[in-house]
Write a protein that binds this ligand. Structure first.
Ligand code: SF4
Ligand code: SF4
Length: 291
């Protein structure tokens, strides 16, 4: 009997080991997140997640050499060459210095960041910022580590830059179903979307080609839905970006609890949004703006 139970547990855990970001601990945290973001909880306990002033993720490009299902930047569902230029990165650095934002960690992501045509120029700008103004800041390049070209670029990065590879190889990876909107699911009808999720504390705010967001995922959602809600300059430390949480979290598969999957999953709001994106006629309005 005990042997059978053990086998059942092992069978259950096996698929969860296919991606290092999908662990039992994270699934438990997701369940906690679902409970803690119920309106009743937030009414008594307040927002569980605060906007980060320590971490920032910069999506420098949406180019990618993979086409993973459920990509949370929509690189598969809606490929794009939108990217941040070196001068925009320089502006970010200047604003960080002017407003005394002392980042503890700056991550470069995408898409696959190494495929940005000015990748090394951008890295140089951030290295200069690190050496002159903020020696304690960690610079991290998050790469899928896939393919000869990407690995050749990674191998040329100077040592102050840390490399985090997610070692993706294609669609066999497990992902949270990013395109399942909580708003399409009755289980979330009592959720307080202004809570956000733990990504805003774990990963930090996002800087994307659409502007600054509560998280980089929100910027990617805005690229598809076209709300144009990105801040045009670095948000003040006191800006909790509640308006963005209310607009983007009802659409985001990272909100609350989702079991990781290997297949593409997409709820109706996202199907409509991608159709709108592709036809350049997006008619969707944020929840709060609908009549
Ligand atoms: S490697 Fe990352 S950015 Fe590229 S398609 Fe996969 S999940 Fe998206
Ligand atoms: S948009 Fe998604 S990732 Fe960002 S705070 Fe909301 S639920 Fe989390």
């Amino acid at each position: 009997m005990i042997y059978k139970f053990d086998q059942i547990i092992k069978t259950f855990m096996k698929p969860l080991k296919r991606h290092r970001n999908i662990t039992l601990k994270r699934i438990v945290l997701d369940m906690y997140q679902f409970c803690r973001t119920q309106r009743l909880c937030t009414a008594f306990l307040g927002h569980p997640f605060q906007r980060s002033t320590k971490f920032i993720e910069i999506d420098i490009t949406y180019r990618c050499n993979l086409r993973c299902f459920n990509c949370n930047r929509s690189c598969t569902q809606a490929p794009s060459r939108a990217e941040l230029s070196p001068s925009q990165i320089q502006n970010f650095v200047s604003q960080s210095i002017a407003t005394n934002m002392r980042w503890e960690r700056i991550r470069l992501l995408g898409g696959e960041p190494t495929l940005h045509p000015d990748f090394f120029h951008i890295v140089d700008i951030l290295l200069r910022y690190q050496s002159v103004y903020n020696p304690d800041a960690r610079l991290v390049v998050c790469s899928n580590g896939h393919g000869r070209k990407v690995n050749a670029i990674l191998s040329k990065l100077p040592s102050p830059v840390e490399i985090k590879t997610t070692i993706k190889t294609g669609n066999e990876n497990l992902f949270r179903p990013f395109n399942l909107a909580p708003e399409d699911n009755l289980a979330y009808r009592f959720s307080d979307f202004s809570s956000g999720c733990r990504i805003i504390e774990d990963c930090g705010i996002g800087y994307t080609p659409q502007g600054y967001y509560i998280c980089a995922v929100a910027g990617a959602i805005d690229r598809i839905f076209g709300f144009h809600m990105g801040r045009t300059s670095l948000p003040e430390k006191t800006d909790q970006m509640i308006d963005q949480r209310e607009a983007f979290c009802p659409l985001c598969g990272h909100f609350g609890f989702r079991f990781p999957v290997k297949k593409t999953k997409m709820s109706p709001i996202w199907q409509k949004a991608y159709a709108g994106y592709h036809s350049r006629k997006n008619s969707y309005q944020p929840l709060k703006n609908r009549t």
